[in-house]
Design a protein around this ligand. Structure first.
Ligand code: AHG
Ligand code: MN
Ligand code: MN
Ligand code: MN
Length: 337
């Protein structure tokens, strides 16, 4: 059944009414992110024509060659957050150091935003779904920004969300009271409520892992993959293997259909590849709000101590029953990563 027509702005204002002493700062911050997402979406939709494809000659702190669209998206989100003045610092995948804005006006700058401005960069030039991931914290220190403002664990997030620039462009977010999805209506230029109260099925039939790395995986992960591939009618196996290579796209598919996404520790990458602060933590907040589970194989993602802005973490995320089964395999092989 089609949800009642409601734009993102109307939804945010409505939800804000549930918090009488809210001053609207988080609402304005979410709207600032929505505006930047529309600007980035426009460029992505013209990518082949707008001269934003291909690589720059810069390498980011991750050791990745920055794509033009990585840089473009990063600039758009940082500019929108600076202009909106609800945020006082940005931690970005594309910036080695945090971007600290000048001392905000009184009552402004209450938030810190961690962002992956363009997720799935390797898919940009081949027209496959990419995304933006964001995580919002309240700043702790009321005067100058201190490291502990920036290194807060995932439980401290006040909001988390992502934009997926796919066959349609969607913004999905949570402020800790459920997960809601909005589709960008290109004619209105508005994000409109399309997926209210999103919940991930407890069990799914999709597993998502880069099997090209199979020989580098721990035995437990190899066994779990084999488990997914076994014939077993009662549990609906074999599952289907789906791997897009953009976390946002693989995550979004599983959120809707059920499934598990795994980026495990492996030989040469003992903490996997994904970054805790602006990939794993926001996705973990969203999946838990949608009834799913997120772990690094030993610890709940949101409980992990944040020691560095670009710290990596293994990630097992998705349907409760599927992540539970993978954790049982790790237990069985008593692997301590
Ligand atoms: P980003 O483009 O922001 O650097 O993130 C890419 C990540 C994530 O989107 C995806 O799940 C993963 O890299 C894919 O890694 P592999 O190509 O190693 O499978
Ligand atoms: Mn990258
Ligand atoms: Mn990413
Ligand atoms: Mn990225």
């Amino acid at each position: 059944m089609k949800p009642q027509f409601k734009t993102l702005d109307q939804f945010i204002i409505e939800k804000q009414a549930d918090f009488p002493n809210a001053k609207g700062e988080l609402s304005r911050l979410l709207r600032d992110l929505g505006i930047a997402a529309k600007v980035v979406n426009r460029e992505i939709n013209r990518a082949g024509l707008a001269g934003v494809l291909g690589e720059t000659d810069c390498v980011n702190i991750q050791g990745e060659c920055q794509q033009r669209l990585d840089v473009y998206a990063n600039e758009q989100f940082i500019t929108a957050l600076k202009r909106g003045s609800e945020c006082s610092a940005v931690v970005s995948e594309e910036n080695d150091e945090p971007v600290i804005f000048d001392s905000p006006l009184p009552g402004k700058g209450s938030y810190i935003v961690a962002i992956d401005p363009l997720d799935g960069s390797s898919n940009i030039d081949v027209n496959v779904g990419v995304g933006t991931i964001f995580s919002i914290y309240r700043r702790v220190n009321s005067s100058a920004i201190k490291p502990h403002d920036l290194l807060q664990d995932g439980n401290q997030q006040v909001a988390a969300g992502y934009v997926i620039y796919g066959s349609s462009t969607m913004l999905v977010y949570t402020t800790g009271n459920g997960v809601n999805g909005f589709t960008l209506d290109p004619f209105l230029g508005e994000f409109c409520l399309s997926y209210p109260d999103m919940m991930i099925p407890d069990q799914g039939r999709i597993y998502s892992v880069n099997e090209g790395n199979y020989n580098r995986f721990p035995e437990s992960v190899k066994q779990y993959i084999r488990y997914c591939q076994e014939e077993d009618q009662p549990t609906g196996r074999p599952y289907s293997s789906r791997y897009i290579g953009s976390l946002v796209a693989d995550f979004h598919r599983n959120l809707i259909k059920g499934g598990i996404f795994i980026y495990p520790p492996m030989i040469g990458a003992p903490n996997g590849k994904l970054r805790l602060v602006y990939e794993c933590n926001p996705m973990a907040m969203i999946i838990e709000q949608a009834g799913g589970v997120a772990s690094d194989g030993q610890t709940r993602i949101l409980d992990l101590e944040v020691r560095g802005l670009h710290q990596r973490s293994a990630l097992f995320i998705g349907s409760k029953a599927m992540v539970k089964k993978a954790m049982e395999m790790i237990e069985l092989y008593s692997e301590v990563y």
